[in-house]
Design a protein around this ligand. Structure first.
Ligand code: NDP
Ligand code: 2IT
Length: 448
C-alpha cells in the first residue's frame, strides 16, 4: 500500500478522528522521499504499522464529588509504539479529550521522543474530566480513581505517563502515590513527580525553557539574537509561562500571554516579578485579567494575541489554536518566527501559509521536546537512584535542544532552496523522528 492508500484507509476507518488524521497527513507530507528511498519501509509496512496504535486502552473512571455524588468520566491510554523504548507521554485532563485527540498526541509523541535521542516510545492518555471548578479534594479523588483503573497497564519499563494540559506536579504526585500503594513498587513509573520523592529538577520548566533554547538555535542560524525581539505567547500554563521566563532571561521582550478567556497584553513587557505573579495567579486558578489592576497593560477579553505587533510567536496553549486567518494576522503584524510550544497549534492551512511567507517555523515535535527529554532524564535518575543538579540538567536540556535543531536542519540541508533563508525544520523533524522509529520496526521484522 502506498502512503496515500494508508491515509485513505485511515480516513475510511476513523472518519470521526479529524485531529489524528491531520497529524498523520502532516507527517506524511514530508517523509515521502525518505520513505521511497528505503525499499524496506514499504516491504515491512512501516507506515501502516506506525499509524495504527499498538493498543488503545479505554476505561470508565468513577469518583465521588464533595457532595457525595458519584461522577463518571472516561479515561484512555493510547500506547502507540514502543519500537525504541517504553511507551512514554503525558496525560491530559480536559473536557475536549477524546480518542482522536489522544491518538494525534500519541502519534506525534513517537517522533518527538525519537528526536530527543533517548530510548522512549510514544503514548498519550487522559480523561474528559474537567479540573476547572473542582476542589482540591475532588482533584485528588479523581487522580486516585484514574490510576486505580490505569495502573495495571503501566510500569517503569512498560509505559511511563507524565503531565500535559490539566495535569501538573500535584496530579502526577497523587497518581504516583496511588500506583505505589497498589503495587508496592517505588520504581518511578510517572515522570514530573514532586522533587524530593523521585521528581527531576527542571522538569517543570523544561518544555518552555526547551522551546526557547530551540529558538535560540534558530536565531543563531540566521545570525540573529533575542535582543530587541518582541515575543507573543499564547497560553498561561506550564509551557507558556516558562517560555516567557526563559525568553526574558535571554533578553527578549515578552508582550502577551493568554488563556481560554482572553489575552493579556503588557506593552512594557513582562518582568520576572510579573511572571512570578502570573504563576501564582494561575496556580490559585484566579483570572489573568486581575493583572491589569496590579501592573497595567490591557486585557483583551475573548481575543488571541496575534493582533499585536511582534517578531516571534510562540503558541503554547492547545491544538489548532492558530487557523489561516490568525496566521495571516501574524504575518501582517511582522512575525518572522513561529515556534510551537503546544502540540499541533497550527492547522495545516496555517502552516502552509506561514511557510509560503518565509516565516521561520519550528513544529511542536521538535520545539517542545524539552519536557519529555527531561522526563527521560528523570527516568534515568530514578533507575540509578540518584539526582542530578539543576545546573547539570539545564546544560543537558540545552544540548538536547541544540541536537534536535541540528539534526532536523541537517536532514533537509540538501533540499535547502536558494529562494529562502528558512530551514525546513518541519520536514527535518519528521524525517529524523520517523527514520529512528521505522528502522527499529524493520530490524524487528514482523513484531511491533
Ligand atoms: P496547562 O494546563 O498548564 O496550560 C494550558 C494553557 O492553555 C492554559 O492557559 C489554558 O487556558 C490554555 N488552553 C488549554 N486548552 C485550551 C483551549 N481549548 N482553548 C483555549 N485555551 C486553552 O498545560 P501545558 O502548558 O502543560 O500545555 C500546553 C500545551 O503544551 C499543550 O498543547 C500540551 O500538549 C503541550 N505540551 C506540554 C508539555 C508539558 O510538559 N506540560 C510538553 C510538551 C507539550 P485555561 O487555563 O483558561 O484553560
Ligand atoms: O506533549 C508532551 O511531550 C508532554 N506532555 C510531556 C510528555 C512526558 O512524558 O514528559
Amino acid at each position: 500500500m502506498s502512503m496515500q492508500d494508508v491515509i485513505q484507509s485511515l480516513e475510511n476507518r476513523y472518519p470521526h478522528q479529524p485531529e489524528f488524521i491531520q497529524a498523520v497527513k502532516e507527517v506524511a507530507s514530508s517523509i515521502s522521499d525518505a520513505y521511497e528511498a528505503n525499499s524496506d519501509y514499504s516491504k515491512f509496512k512501516v507506515f501502516e504499522r506506525l499509524t495504527e496504535p499498538d493498543r488503545v486502552i479505554s476505561f470508565r473512571v468513577n469518583w465521588e464529588d464533595d457532595e457525595g455524588n458519584i461522577q463518571v468520566n472516561r479515561g484512555w491510554r493510547v500506547q502507540f509504539s514502543n519500537a525504541i523504548g517504553p511507551y512514554k507521554g503525558g496525560l491530559r485532563f480536559h473536557p475536549t479529550v477524546n480518542e482522536s485527540v489522544l491518538k494525534f498526541l500519541g502519534f506525534e509523541q513517537i517522533f518527538k521522543n525519537a528526536l530527543t535521542g533517548l530510548p522512549m516510545g510514544g503514548a498519550k492518555g487522559g480523561s474528559d474530566f474537567d479540573p476547572k471548578g473542582k476542589s482540591d479534594n475532588e482533584i485528588r479523588r479523581f487522580c486516585y480513581a484514574f490510576i486505580r483503573e490505569l495502573y495495571q497497564y503501566i510500569g517503569k519499563d512498560i509505559d511511563v505517563p507524565a503531565g500535559d494540559i490539566g495535569v501538573g506536579g500535584r496530579e502526577v504526585s497523587y497518581m504516583f502515590a496511588m500506583y505505589k500503594n497498589l503495587t508496592h513498587e517505588y520504581g518511578g513509573v510517572l515522570t514530573g513527580k514532586g522533587v524530593g520523592f523521585g521528581g527531576s529538577l527542571i522538569r517543570t520548566e523544561a518544555t518552555g525553557y526547551g522551546a526557547v533554547y530551540f529558538l535560540e538555535n534558530m536565531l543563531s542560524a540566521q545570525n540573529e539574537t533575542f535582543t530587541d525581539k518582541r515575543v507573543l505567547i499564547s497560553g498561561a500554563g506550564n509551557v507558556a509561562l516558562h517560555a516567557a521566563e526563559k525568553a526574558l532571561m535571554l533578553d527578549a521582550t515578552v508582550l502577551t500571554v493568554s488563556d481560554s478567556q482572553g489575552t493579556l497584553h503588557d506593552p512594557a513587557g513582562f518582568t520576572q516579578e510579573k511572571i512570578d505573579w502570573l504563576k501564582d495567579q494561575k496556580a490559585a486558578r484566579k483570572p489573568l485579567k486581575d493583572y491589569v489592576e496590579e501592573f497595567g497593560g490591557e486585557w483583551l477579553a475573548g481575543e488571541k494575541p496575534w493582533q499585536i505587533k511582534g517578531d516571534i510567536a510562540m503558541p503554547c496553549a492547545t491544538q489548532n489554536e492558530v487557523d489561516i486567518a490568525e496566521a495571516e494576522q501574524m504575518v501582517a503584524n511582522g512575525i518572522k518566527y513561529v515556534v510551537e510550544g503546544a502540540n499541533m497549534p497550527l492547522t495545516i492551512a496555517a502552516i502552509d501559509y506561514i511557510r509560503e511567507q518565509h516565516v521561520h517555523y519550528a513544529p511542536g515535535k521538535a520545539a517542545n521536546a524539552g519536557g519529555v527529554a527531561v522526563s527521560g532524564l528523570e527516568m534515568s535518575q530514578n533507575s540509578v537512584r540518584q539526582y542530578r543538579s539543576f545546573e547539570e540538567l539545564d546544560v543537558q536540556l540545552r544540548q538536547i535542544m541544540k541536537n534536535i535543531h541540528d539534526d532536523a536542519a541537517r536532514a533537509t540541508q540538501h533540499l535547502q532552496a536558494e529562494s529562502t533563508p528558512c530551514i525546513d525544520y518541519m520536514a527535518g523533524a519528521n524525517i529524523v523522528g520517523f527514520k529512528r522509529a521505522a528502522d527499529a520496526l524493520v530490524a524487528y521484522g514482523v513484531l511491533n
